[in-house]
Design a protein around this ligand. Structure first.
Ligand code: TMP
Length: 261
């Protein structure tokens, strides 16, 4: 398989064409942005960790029947993924209120929600990814009713699975963002999970101390982002206990064999 031209560059990833029109390469950058690009920096090693963590989560989701775009990890920074037409909605799932919802609605930070709350944001950087309702999605044909219903079912299963997975390693899944894409499989239109699931796109708090193990370390200037992401990877069993990911030794990650495969 040959890597072709750049098809799309987002804030944290690049998509490259390949000689197979159904397959693209997803490259994880070290760039970190927050608040719709108002704050940005480069954190060496972040892309490597997100590549591994996202591979781990998506391959486990596939095992419970959640169809997704991951074919396989190619190297430290790249994955082979199925080419999909991304639905232009960011699906936010909240188990505990924190972040934008606390400011928007005056909800106390850390409020445990009675049941998972799904919010929709239009994926448009120029507009700052505004919150929209299901009616907006239908009115402007961003997705069909059938697609939204399918996505909602998948979201609840993904949330249940991920809450359990993280709980088992002493982490609370506070909230996260998912993206889905359209694809034809055996001539049939389907909607599958796409993009990434990583500490960039989830809020993960240590179960006992509430220590933040996610991109809030950058958003809130808490520092030590790489040690936090490394902690997540280690607890998930992706990295050996002794691996210490720093800017200088991220190369080590490429040779670490996955324990769970
Ligand atoms: P929020 O509290 O800023 O709305 O974020 C909710 C969750 O969604 C949080 O886990 C971070 C994630 N998220 C993204 O992955 N990308 C985004 O562009 C935004 C706004 C949030």
């Amino acid at each position: 398989m040959k890597k072709g031209k750049k098809l799309y560059e987002g804030k944290a990833k690049i998509i490259y064409a390949t000689n197979d029109k159904n397959i693209v390469i997803q490259y994880f950058k070290d760039d970190a942005t927050a608040f719709n690009n108002q704050k940005k920096t480069t954190i060496e090693g972040k892309g490597v960790l997100n590549n591994r963590i996202s591979e781990h989560i998506l391959s486990n989701l596939a095992k419970i029947g959640i169809k997704n775009h991951l074919v396989k990890r190619l190297n430290m920074r790249e994955q082979i993924v199925k080419f999909v037409e991304i639905i232009p909605i960011e699906f936010i799932i909240r188990n505990v209120a924190t972040g934008s919802i606390t400011k928007r609605l005056g909800i106390e930070d850390g409020t445990v929600l009675k049941e998972p709350l799904i919010e929709y944001c239009l994926k448009d950087d120029k507009l700052g990814d505004p919150l929209v309702s299901e009616q907006h999605i239908l009115a402007f044909d961003w997705a069909s009713k059938n697609e939204i219903d399918l996505v909602k079912k998948m979201i609840l299963r993904i949330n249940d699975f991920m809450i359990g997975m993280f709980m088992g390693v002493g982490i609370k899944l506070i909230d996260f963002k998912l993206e889905f894409g359209r694809i034809k499989i055996d001539g049939k239109n389907e909607v599958i999970l796409a993009d990434e699931i990583s500490p960039d796109t989830c809020r993960l708090w240590d179960s006992i101390t509430d220590k933040k193990l996610d991109k809030d370390r950058f958003r809130k200037d808490l520092g030590d982002l790489i040690p936090a992401y490394t902690e997540v990877a280690k607890r998930l069993g992706i990295l050996h206990e002794q691996s210490n990911v720093s800017a200088v030794n991220v190369t080590q990650l490429s040779s670490v064999k996955r324990k769970n495969k």
